[in-house]
Structure formats: structure tokens, C-alpha cells
Design a protein around this ligand. Structure first.
Ligand code: CU
Length: 242
């Protein structure tokens, strides 16, 4: 129920590895703060209402930085933002425990400083994953291993979230399980699958790199940003990694 932060993040091209060493799913919402805003102020605002945090933020509420998505227990993911601004960021987990208490209230809220010279070295790309207003398109010959440029070519925000499905779990069932947990009624873990990584919402035209090392199995990918109600968004697909 806390973020253990190691390493130093420079502005510009910034690789973030999120490792979930817990036995339940966690997320890391990222919001850049106005100069001088303290962790205490962030905690207080979160306890008031969602809107109470808005005056503390340096950018808009919906600003995307290209950071790691919601992650299942025991998983690790690396996402490389392409244009991370310098500053101090709040990291917040909005998931809830079995009793409905938000993880941030249990300690999962912290500050992260991004400072120093601008980093400009791009990772070597093994292909492009395209998100748009209708679909998610994987590169030809996708093996599930490598570093991929994920580009939002659509007119609305989109993301990619990848799950490994247990044998016999229909994607729709797993999707509905996670959706219910996100709405505060139940836990993300379980439901016949595991969230293995992805990128949080990207704005139209925005890109970030996603590093994957998918092991053998059946996978589904979808844009949770486009998830509305009980039906799958059109931006989804399934594949086997052998
Ligand atoms: Cu959490």
C-alpha cells in the first residue's frame, strides 16, 4: 500500500518501470503539481472531492503523460514517456480494498520529482501499435516481446491495457469483472485473468513506448479509456503467444 520510488527521472524521454509486488492490483495515476504543493495538501484534497485537487494541478485534470496503466499482482511493466515535463508529480492509486477504502487513503499516494537535463535518447522500436477511434492495430508478426511505439492516431483519448486470460475465460466476462472492480464493487484480482501492463490514456496524436515480454498464453488487449457500460469497446482484440 505504498510506492517505493528508486532512481532519478529526467524530463523529456523518461522510462518508468512499475512493479507490483503486492497480491492485489494497483494503479499509478500521475498528475503534475503546481510549484510548492505538498503531499499533505494532495491528501487533504483527495479526502474532500475529486474536484478539490484541480487547483493544485499544474496541467488540466485529464492531461496525459504517457505512463504505466493499472497492473495486476506480481507483474511489472515499463513505459517510456516521450515528453515528460519537469516538475513534481503526485502518484495516486484510486483502487479500493475489499471494504471500499481507497488505496491512497491507506498510503498509496506520494510525490515524484522529475528534474535535471532533458533526456533525448529514444528506445529502439520493434514496431508500432496504433490506437484510433475504432480499433487497436498490432504490428505485423507481433510476438509480444520487445519495445513498441504506441501511437494514438484517433481524435479522442485512447489507451491499451493487456490481460492474460486463463483458459476458458471469455474476454467479455473478464472485462465486466474488472469494470465492476473499478466501480468500487469488488477486487480487480481474480475474474479469470491478470492485467499484465499497458499505457494510461494517450491524447490524440500522443505516443509512448511500451516494453513487453509476454509469456506463452492467451491474451486480450483493449482501450479501457473507451470502456462504456457492459459491452466491449470496439478497440479490442485477442491473440495467442506461443
Ligand atoms: Cu493500489
Amino acid at each position: 500500500m505504498r510506492y517505493n520510488i528508486s532512481g532519478k527521472l529526467h524530463p523529456g524521454i523518461a522510462s518508468i518501470t512499475l512493479t507490483n509486488s503486492d497480491d492485489e492490483a494497483h494503479m499509478m495515476a500521475v498528475a503534475r503539481l503546481k510549484k510548492g504543493v505538498t503531499l499533505k495538501q494532495v491528501r487533504k484534497a483527495l479526502g474532500q472531492s475529486e474536484g478539490a485537487a484541480a487547483p493544485l494541478l499544474a496541467d488540466g485534470m485529464d492531461t496525459s503523460y504517457g505512463t504505466p496503466d493499472l497492473l495486476g499482482a506480481g507483474q511489472s511493466e515499463t513505459v517510456t514517456a516521450l515528453d515528460l515535463p519537469a516538475g513534481t508529480y503526485a502518484l495516486i492509486c484510486f483502487l479500493t480494498d475489499a471494504k471500499g477504502m481507497p488505496h491512497w487513503q491507506m498510503g498509496m499516494v506520494d510525490l515524484l520529482t522529475v528534474a535535471g537535463p532533458v533526456a533525448t535518447e529514444k528506445p529502439k522500436s520493434d514496431g508500432t501499435i496504433t490506437l484510433d477511434d475504432k480499433a487497436i492495430t498490432l504490428p505485423k508478426g507481433f510476438t509480444g516481446s520487445g519495445t513498441f511505439l504506441v501511437r494514438n492516431a484517433g481524435k479522442a483519448p485512447h489507451n491499451i491495457s493487456i490481460a492474460k486470460l486463463d483458459k476458458g475465460t471469455p474476454l467479455l466476462d473478464y472485462y465486466q469483472h474488472v469494470g465492476q472492480a473499478m466501480n468500487g464493487s469488488g477486487q480487480v484480482e481474480g475474474g479469470g485473468g491478470h492485467l499484465v501492463g499497458g499505457i494510461d490514456a494517450l491524447s490524440p496524436g500522443q505516443s509512448a513506448y511500451l516494453t513487453l515480454a509476454l509469456t506463452k498464453g492467451h491474451y486480450a488487449y483493449l482501450s479501457t479509456t473507451d470502456a462504456q457500460g457492459p459491452q466491449l469497446p470496439t478497440q479490442h482484440g485477442e491473440l495467442d503467444i506461443s
